[in-house]
Write a protein that binds this ligand. Structure first.
Ligand code: PLP
Length: 521
């Protein structure tokens, strides 16, 4: 394909893409294909002869679209959104055009420098403390990862080695390196990563990859499914009494089930008291607290969200030196209108990553890295090569402005409140059909169908959920809280409006009434 052919193909692709976006609501939100559908539509092997773009492009509508779940559809109210935008797409296009694997500063200085600057912009707009800025006095800064899961595994691996090195610091020097290595290996088997039972599965997976134990602390309705400092303190003591060494805690702003916000103030106090951030005489070191704000974190752009009580310790109340929250991530690719993938991670001190993740073979050395004057983002992540992701974030921040993004987040929160009020008023008090389990929180409402007992409630909730999704008009997801089935509805995709929320509620009512009628009321 030469430039002329590319231009024609790109123009015609953009026409189809804009047409797709303008007509998304006319499509069924979930696909209705059966597993393996595509194999029957495609040839057995790649073509021997070149094909014209026109025949490739026409396969999008005929072969690919039937198997697409439309995440940008206003009736997509499942999981958390993966919101896209035109400036985000343009960022992807430019990134593809400048294609490279900019792992070191020298590989394309603009790729590194734009990322550092834009992550400072974003951190400031979210009201994150100065300690996470590249210009702050703690030596912090931000980096873009593909996903929150990648960010969490990266910090967990760095936390593991930081703990092992700091807790064996007394064996440093004096020819005791082998003894220290043995001690670190012995300790490895005792390391425990903590989280709550509501923490996203990516924390457990990170522990699995890092080869450390994983201890989920149970949470329940009495704390709104949030982790408390007391529960963390009890878990640390209990694990230590068993000879184990807790070294890492994943706390959450906006859990996946219910969007609960953990009690950061209590957690920080417990960790500071029991596992302070310095090596102790007792062969222990401080714990690394990571805050996973994958979905809800972007809404910190709103001053009213920043005022939420549990966030105080995270955003301001901690002194730089004493704060055990060493890292925090949020996904601009969920609610933030930046096309997948854009998971932003900040650390309070970049050496917490670079001291433990830097591997320096001769072929990666260069005068700029050696000078210490540049950032080499390969040392802040697991892979070597990296994409120019900051472009799409830069484009989105500039095209919408902070005010435009604030409007988008406020709209989601408002629609979430509308849905929850429909559930409570019309669905609950009005028809005696539904009850809220949690929310609305960050546009997410969790609710269930009422029943005369637990068994009936669970059965009916599950039945309604399955029928609604099978209908394909709206797409929702479910969860299980304390053994009870519940439905999650998230109203924060880019094109969702009040009419879609009301329509989703009407479908839920209709289905619940149908199920009740079939069961005899
Ligand atoms: N953390 C939380 C709180 C989430 O809700 C999710 C996904 O929904 C993740 C992490 C995983 O995100 P990713 O797909 O970016 O790894």
């Amino acid at each position: 394909m030469d430039s002329k052919e590319f231009k024609e193909a790109a123009i015609s692709s953009i026409e189809e893409i804009t047409n797709y976006y303008e007509t998304i609501p006319t499509r069924r939100v979930v696909s209705s294909v059966s597993p393996g559908y595509l194999r029957t539509l495609l040839p057995q092997s790649a073509p021997q002869d070149p094909e014209p773009w026109s025949s490739i492009q026409s396969d999008i509508e005929s072969k690919i679209m039937p198997g697409i779940t439309h995440w940008q559809h206003p009736n997509f109210m499942a999981f958390f959104p993966a919101s896209s935008s035109y400036p985000g797409m343009l960022g992807e296009m430019w990134s593809a055009a400048l294609n490279g694997a900019a792992f070191n500063w020298i590989c394309s200085p603009a790729v590194t420098e734009l990322e550092t600057i834009v992550l400072d912009w974003l951190a400031k707009s979210l009201g994150l403390p100065e300690r996470y800025l590249s210009t702050g006095k703690t030596g912090g800064g931000g980096v873009i990862h593909g996903t929150a899961s990648e960010a969490i595994v990266t910090v967990l691996v760095a936390a593991r080695d930081k703990y092992l090195r700091e807790s064996t610091a007394h064996l440093e020097g004096g020819g005791k390196e082998e003894e220290r290595e043995d001690e670190m290996m012995r300790k490895r088997s005792r390391l425990v990563a903590l989280a709550s039972g509501a923490t996203h599965s990516s924390a457990k997976k990170a522990a699995l990859i890092a080869g450390v134990r994983f201890h989920p602390i149970p949470v329940g309705a009495e704390t709104g499914w949030a982790l408390t400092g007391r529960a963390v303190g009890d878990a640390i003591e209990e694990l230590r009494a068993r000879g184990l060494e807790p070294f890492f805690l994943a706390a959450t702003m906006g859990t996946t089930d219910t969007c609960a916000v953990d009690d950061f103030g209590g957690i920080c106090s417990a960790v500071r008291e029991l596992a302070p951030g310095r090596a102790g005489e007792d062969g222990r070191a401080g714990m690394w607290v990571h805050v996973d704000a994958a979905y809800a974190g972007v809404s910190l752009m709103l001053p009213e969200v920043r005022e939420m009580a549990p966030l105080e310790a995270l955003l301001a109340g901690e002194k730089d030196e004493g704060c055990p929250v060493l890292s925090i991530n949020t996904n601009m690719h969920k609610w933030g209108l930046v096309n997948f993938d854009c998971s932003t991670l900040w650390v309070m001190n970049r050496t917490h990553l670079t001291d433990y993740l830097t591997v320096m073979p001769a072929y990666l050395r260069n005068q700029y890295s050696d000078s210490g004057l540049v950032t080499d983002y390969r040392d802040w992540q697991i892979p070597l090569g990296r994409r120019f992701r900051s472009l799409k974030l830069w484009f989105v921040l500039r095209t919408y402005g902070i005010k435009g993004l604030q409007e988008h987040f406020r709209k989601g929160i408002r629609l979430g409140e509308l849905f929850a009020s429909l559930v409570t008023e019309e669905g609950g008090k009005g028809r005696d059909l539904f009850e809220i389990v949690t929310g609305p929180a960050f546009a997410l409402t969790v609710f269930r169908v009422k029943g005369k007992d637990r068994e009936e409630r669970n059965r009916r909730t599950k039945e309604v959920y399955e029928r609604v999704n099978a209908g394909g008009e709206i797409y929702i997801t479910s969860t299980v809280l304390g053994g009870d089935f519940a439905i999650r509805v998230v109203a924060s995709t880019p094109f969702v409006e009040e009419e879609h929320v009301r329509n989703a509620f009407a479908i839920l009512v209709r289905t619940a009434e149908e199920v009740a009628k079939e069961e005899g009321g």
